[in-house]
Design a protein around this ligand. Structure first.
Ligand SMILES: *[C@@H]1O[C@H](CO)[C@@H](O)[C@H](O)[C@H]1NC(C)=O
Ligand SMILES: *[C@@H]1O[C@H](CO)[C@@H](O)[C@H](O)[C@H]1NC(C)=O
Ligand SMILES: *[C@@H]1O[C@H](CO)[C@@H](O)[C@H](O)[C@H]1NC(C)=O
Ligand SMILES: *[C@@H]1O[C@H](CO)[C@@H](O)[C@H](O)[C@H]1NC(C)=O
Ligand SMILES: *[C@@H]1O[C@H](CO)[C@@H](O)[C@H](O)[C@H]1NC(C)=O
Ligand SMILES: *[C@@H]1O[C@H](CO)[C@@H](O)[C@H](O)[C@H]1NC(C)=O
Ligand SMILES: *[C@@H]1O[C@H](CO)[C@@H](O)[C@H](O)[C@H]1NC(C)=O
Length: 364
């Protein structure tokens, strides 16, 4: 049936036009005859509300971003840049939910690294990536730390996890990072105060960064390298691959007598295995989680507030300027091991949920 405009409808239209006209006249009148300051206030309140509305929309967009879909840099920088300028909304419920989930699956609180408390003499430790085991002898057991520096309730306060992304270069984020209660860094990344800060409580070492050769004969280069981080714990994944164990144990043996105030600790393969299962169960398709992603999970369990810096696995920033790969060099990673853009989608989701704060812009 063709659509016919009835008399009643057209009358309504006329009435609507008339009221609209009257309103327009009223608005013009008010603008001309009322003091301007009041209108300015109304205007800015209006734009504030529009901004807030836009922020809510953006939060929803990135909250619902599908983890399987990789980020398309050609059209995500605009909306993401706008989203990062929105006030951050933190969600305590979501944080507690994530903390409990991670505690029940993986338990960094009590199992992050091997201690005298969670490891027995002669215990067989399974490797993370193979079926082999390693028997912890009495001599090694004696060198393990007594317990964790945090209480059984965790809660390290405000934590900063510093990734190594090129986005940190010229970021001036050093002061913000150093103001955290607990600072985690990755793979002995260089520190200085302007862009990345200096405070360090925990720093990971990749076994490939160590060389057993000459370590005992001349420990000075190693000592120099690690003393930059003050008394921060040095965490090594000694039991992920079988050929990483000897050099890791050697490092502990060499450093403990020289720098007893700086603990050398070994990532628990139990923790890493369960964390791997947890994320693969949620659909993350990676061969192995990146160290940065592992430490974000540690922080989500142990900290009240988690701030991420330098987590940005793309080669342009939000202003589409070219970035180098790391903030300290431009060496590309081995391909096919990590899937950092896939991990990043999850970090973006966690940010939109109010579970953590991603910092992707320079700190002013
Ligand atoms: C923008 O990204 C979305 C996914 O978020 C994708 O579906 C779309 O095709 C992209 N558009 C362009 C022009 O690349
Ligand atoms: C906070 O997170 C909880 C759990 O996901 C959710 O039910 C709630 O709606 C969120 N609150 C806000 C204000 O977004
Ligand atoms: C974590 O591990 C400790 C030590 O094995 C255990 O006592 C505790 O119950 C575990 N917590 C959870 C939530 O599984
Ligand atoms: C560990 O094993 C060694 C021999 O393999 C044995 O002599 C020692 O008593 C064991 N220690 C403990 C605490 O079981
Ligand atoms: C950092 O700042 C220096 C000096 O201002 C400039 O030359 C350089 O291009 C900047 N680098 C990046 C990655 O923005
Ligand atoms: C590191 O530990 C030593 C010995 O316990 C202590 O004297 C020093 O103040 C500590 N340094 C820092 C930066 O905490
Ligand atoms: C900080 O360290 C980075 C990487 O080592 C370097 O590029 C940058 O120039 C340093 N900045 C200062 C102020 O030393």
């Amino acid at each position: 049936m063709p659509y016919v405009c009835t008399t009643a409808q057209s009358l309504q239209m006329d009435l609507f036009k008339w009221i609209f006209g009257l309103l327009t006249v009223l608005v013009i009148f008010t603008c001309l005859y009322l003091p301007c300051s009041r209108n300015h206030k109304m205007g800015s309140a209006m734009t504030d509300r529009l901004k807030l509305l836009n922020c809510m929309k953006l939060r929803q967009k990135f909250f619902n971003i599908s983890p399987a879909e990789s980020i398309d840099m050609t059209n995500v920088t605009g909306p993401l840049s706008a989203f990062m300028s929105c006030p951050h909304v933190s969600n305590r419920t979501q944080k507690e939910l994530n903390r409990l989930r991670l505690r029940f699956c993986c338990n960094a609180t009590d199992l992050l690294y091997l201690t005298k408390k969670n490891t027995a003499v002669n215990q067989s430790i399974p490797y993370e990536t193979s079926k082999r085991v390693y028997k912890v002898g009495a001599a090694l057991h004696k060198m393990l730390p007594e317990d964790f520096p945090w209480s059984s309730r965790g809660h390290l306060g405000r934590c900063a996890v510093v990734g190594n992304g090129g986005i940190l270069k010229n970021s001036s984020c050093g002061r913000k990072i150093d103001s955290a209660d607990f600072v985690i860094r990755l793979n002995l990344a260089p520190i200085n105060d302007s862009d990345v800060g200096v405070k360090t409580d925990l720093v990971t070492i990749n076994p490939s960064q160590l060389s057993a050769k000459n370590m005992a004969v001349n420990p000075d280069p190693l000592v120099q390298r690690v003393s930059v981080y003050g008394n921060a714990s040095l965490m090594i994944s000694a039991f992920s691959y079988t050929d990483c164990t000897a050099v890791s144990v050697k490092t502990l043996q060499v450093l403990q007598p020289i720098r007893p105030q700086q603990p050398v600790v070994f990532f628990s393969p139990y923790y890493l295995k369960t964390l791997d299962c947890f994320w693969k169960g949620l659909g993350l398709k990676v061969k192995r989680l990146s160290t940065g992603f592992m430490l974000v999970n540690v922080a989500l369990e142990l900290c009240d507030d988690v701030h991420l810096f330098g987590f940005w696995p793309f080669d342009i920033n939000l202003k589409k300027q070219t970035l180098q790969h790391h903030y300290y060099d431009n060496k590309l990673p081995k391909p096919f091991v990590h899937a950092m853009p896939d991990e990043f989608v999850y970090l973006l989701q966690l940010h939109s949920q109010g579970a953590l704060t991603l910092h992707l812009q320079p700190c002013l």
